[in-house]
Design a protein around this ligand. Sequence first.
Ligand code: BT5
Length: 251
Amino acid sequence: DAVEYGLDAPFDVEFHDSIPSTNARARDLADEGRADVAVLADEQTGGRGRLDREWSSPSGGVWLSVLVRPDVPPARVPAFTLAAAVAVARAAREAGVDARIKWPNDVVVPGEDAQGDEIERKLSGILTEMEGEADRVSWVIVGMGINANVDPDDLPSEARPATLSAEAGTVDRRLFTQRVLEEFDELRGDPESVIPAWREYATTLGKRVRVDTPGGEVVGDAVDIEFPGTLVVDTGDERVTVAAGDCEHLR
Ligand code: BT5
């Protein structure tokens, strides 16, 4: 059952001890005509990633969805994913974690695997959903899954997870969530300011990447990111812009 969380945040916040998915709950609130609501849960029993993947959501995390109704066309929506990534990365940095952003929707922490090779461990993933017409969205839901006070052993090891508590000690989830919501609110009011902030934290730029896009695979050097969130890849022959996809860092 939802209770008020009493956050001093620029959104109404409803809190659930356990819920299937905060994104699904936010979707119900969208259907009820609500706006500027955040849904927060301690545990999710049916958390989802992109492409219907599972998102492991044990108790102790910050499983958070924000419902907004911006006056923008669907093509601008990726900026909200980037804004969420920047907001999470900033809050994690304030908590003492070396958070970076991997295009398009991961917040990662550098680490090493058993062989001592550099790897990126996933601290947070973002699932953005929307509905609307070609010229204007009706709503956008930005779901942020943040491994806060979670034991990495309770998360799928093949995902190479990172958690705030393992990196920097137990966090005050109320304050952490408040900081995420404040940062997100500020960035959504000034969407173009997302790009420089994103570049500052980016781990993807300068890397060789393979991106699986709806239109096929793109391999090359990630050279830049442009508003509203397009990755620019230099394939050697040409510069390709990629709006969305799964991105693998090759080196
Ligand atoms: C994402 O998908 O990264 C988006 C995750 C969004 C979760 C939030 S939680 C609040 C809201 N409510 C929801 O139901 N969802 C949102 P994707 O890029 O597809 O990554 C999914 C992959 O990450 C999985 O296939 C696993 O490999 C890995 N994974 C699953 N759980 C993880 C976790 N807790 N930490 C790190 N990696 C995880």
